[in-house]
Design a protein around this ligand. Structure first.
Ligand SMILES: C[S@@+](CC[C@H](N)C(=O)[O-])C[C@H]1O[C@@H](n2cnc3c(N)ncnc32)[C@H](O)[C@@H]1O
Length: 431
């Protein structure tokens, strides 16, 4: 075959060390595996053909009763075979724990674009405990990243060598909050991170059912209306107040204005919107906008309706200084990573939220991959607790949205939501 398009990729042959480790992992042979895992790097070797790491191998070897298997791969070493034995899930758990303790990377991808956690979830109920171990490892990695971030901010001159297991930490670092889940980059996927500065300088495309950035990333989409509705209802449980007695509301990120229209319909006493993108601000200021200067002048006596033009990072210090306090705060930006959300609820919410107030945010971190979503949901809960807040989660079903490029996803570069349930956070101060 002369046509280069038909040239088969040449795979590096698997080396004996990798083969041995994968075999012991798939046999859940802890005694044989342990001494090998003392050597740095051995916990995260990968089969060049399948992309399996020892974690994948240990999990794949657990078929459930319905026969949901993962095309179990058996590594032969000197005639030994790893199949035929009944799987003891407790042994599998011990192996997975040992692998994590030895630096195994929780979100390495195999050639099917699955992390070990994705595989454990797909194999069914029998491997749920293994899935949990993957989530816990992801949470530990991300919490470590948070600590390292703080350390680096204090002393950025001292660059340490990357330790085993830190690659997973790096992958989490690129996770973007809101409506672009970068997360774990899939094999062959074009890497194009969204970042705040580029987004805010980009041209936007306003359509009836979505708002897109210049790269056709979904900034906001109409399918999220139900999530916005539930968020408003849970943030403001007492909506039937007399005019002028409504709540004091702060919303960060206008987008399509879906949540702000709902907030406005509750007849708030104060309604502050912070928006940074010039094109969104232009729409907001238009004569036919529901939030033009006419709206700003319509606040009830003693209240205030205002659009703050600029980034929340630049606007909030002044708002704090002015002494404004809110009953409900909602945060939903675009192109910002988890550290921005964390900065918001750690540095600003404590000073801006009334002691009996409620704070919510769009929980879209890692929502293109269940295991990442579960990791981020737990990380957020831990960090919120450190910031003095308690979270109540409400599960909101997300109806089938159609496949990549179908229905509302038509024209959107990447389907950022693939899960059937949205976990809606409502936070309040710990008693
Ligand atoms: C996902 S949309 C918000 C959608 C909104 N919840 C709705 O119901 O339509 C995110 C919005 O945040 C804005 N944004 C992004 N970064 C921001 C920042 N640092 N400060 C203020 N607004 C920002 C974007 O321009 C965009 O309008």
């Amino acid at each position: 075959m002369d046509d280069p398009a038909f040239t088969l990729p040449t795979l590096n042959p698997i080396d004996e060390n990798t083969q041995t480790i994968l075999l012991h992992a798939s046999q859940h042979n802890l005694a044989a595996l342990k001494p090998l895992l003392r050597i740095p790097g051995n916990a995260s070797v990968q089969d060049p053909e399948t992309g399996f790491t020892p974690l994948h191998a240990a999990i794949a070897a657990c078929e459930d009763e319905e026969g949901n298997s993962s095309e179990v791969v058996v590594w032969e070493v000197g005639g030994e075979k790893g199949d035929g034995e009944k799987v003891d899930i407790e042994k599998a758990k011990d192996v997975v724990r040992e692998l994590f303790m030895s630096g195994a990377i929780w979100n390495d991808l195999d050639v099917r674009n699955e992390t070990p956690g994705c595989l454990a979830w797909r194999l069914g109920t029998k491997t749920r405990d293994l899935y949990e171990l993957c989530v816990e490892a992801g949470v530990r990695a991300e919490m470590l990243l948070g600590i390292m971030g703080r350390y680096e901010a204090l002393d950025s001159g001292d660059e340490e060598d990357e330790e085993e297991g830190e690659a997973d930490v790096d992958a989490m670092e690129s996770e973007t909050n809101g409506h672009t889940a970068e997360g774990v980059e899939g094999e062959g996927e074009e890497k194009k991170d969204v970042n705040s500065a580029d987004y805010l300088a980009s041209t936007l495309k306003f359509e009836d059912d979505k708002l897109l950035d210049a790269d056709a990333n979904g900034v906001m989409m109409a399918w999220e209306t139900n999530i916005m509705r539930r968020s408003v209802d849970l943030l403001l449980p007492n909506q039937n107040q007399q005019a002028g007695e409504g709540a004091r509301i702060l919303n960060i990120g206008f987008g399509m204005g879906i949540i702000d229209r709902m907030f406005a319909a509750t007849k708030p006493r104060s309604h502050h919107i912070i928006e940074a993108h010039p094109a969104v601000l232009e729409k907001l200021a238009a004569a036919d906008s529901d939030f033009s200067s006419a709206w700003e002048s319509s606040a009830p006596p003693g209240g205030k309706y205002v659009v703050h033009k600029g980034r929340w990072q630049d606007t909030l210090p002044g708002l704090l200084e002015s002494g404004e306090v809110f009953d409900a705060i909602y945060f939903d930006t675009f192109g910002e990573d988890y550290s921005a959300l964390k900065e918001f609820f750690s540095e600003f919410v404590p000073g801006l939220l009334d002691e009996n107030g409620r704070f919510g945010f769009f929980n879209g971190l890692g929502a293109d991959r269940r295991v990442c979503y579960d990791v981020y949901t737990r990380v957020a809960e831990l960090d919120l607790s450190e910031a003095g807040m308690d979270v109540e989660w409400t599960d909101v079903p997300v109806e089938e949205l159609g496949g990549e490029g179908e229905g509302e996803w038509k024209g959107v570069r990447r389907r950022y939501w693939t899960l059937d349930t949205y976990r809606l956070p409502i936070c309040s101060f710990l008693a």
